[in-house]
Design a protein. Structure first.
Length: 183
């Protein structure tokens, strides 16, 4: 009983209560990132005709982020290790929002694809940092629970993107609003 109390006190010192705020911020960031990304399919009906996209081009725009992440996730994770996850995730989230916002002002496939690839680079810095965030801020007995929480953000963000796109009244307003929200 005394050992358990000492463990609880040591845990409270090592893992402060505001760890839930940190996790909440990561959760909101992930929701916004995935929402921004998954607006693409729900806006295809107006995006493709306006940019004169072929099906292949549209598919490339949608798959640009994971294609880039294949090559940039390891260096992205290394950046978090080198400069700290707070700084790298904050910068990458801001850049992801800026690239997402930039999509509202592009007028070609090439510009949209480039911005989605840059968005993917930002994702490849953020996503590898999440396990480390959990490892730093949460005791081992809560690591699975905390990881489960941030994973829900991905699904919620994807779902929001897939069903809210038409509510914005066009792809330019959608990318503008979600880009600003992400930043």
């Amino acid at each position: 009983m005394i050992e358990r109390t000492q463990e609880t006190i040591l845990e409270a010192v090592r893992y402060p209560g505001y760890r839930w705020v940190v996790l909440g911020m990561a959760w909101v960031t992930l929701v916004c990132l995935h929402w921004s990304w998954y607006l693409i399919p729900s806006l295809e009906y107006c995006l493709s005709p306006e940019l004169s996209l072929t099906q292949a081009q549209f598919t490339l725009i949608l798959t640009g982020p994971p294609l880039v992440t294949i090559f940039t996730a390891i260096p992205g994770g290394a950046l978090g290790d080198r400069y700290g996850i707070r700084l790298t995730v904050a910068i990458a989230a801001f850049l992801a929002g800026a690239f997402g916002l930039g999509r509202a002002f592009t007028s070609s496939f090439e510009g949209m694809f480039a911005l989605m690839c840059l968005f993917g680079i930002a994702l490849s810095i953020i996503i590898p940092s999440l396990p480390r965030l959990v490892g730093i801020w949460f005791p081992p007995r809560q690591a699975g629970f905390a990881s489960g929480i941030y994973v829900t953000a991905m699904g919620i963000g994807m779902s929001l993107g897939l069903f809210t796109g038409p509510l914005f009244g066009g792809w330019r307003p959608a990318f503008t609003y979600i880009g600003i929200l992400t930043m």
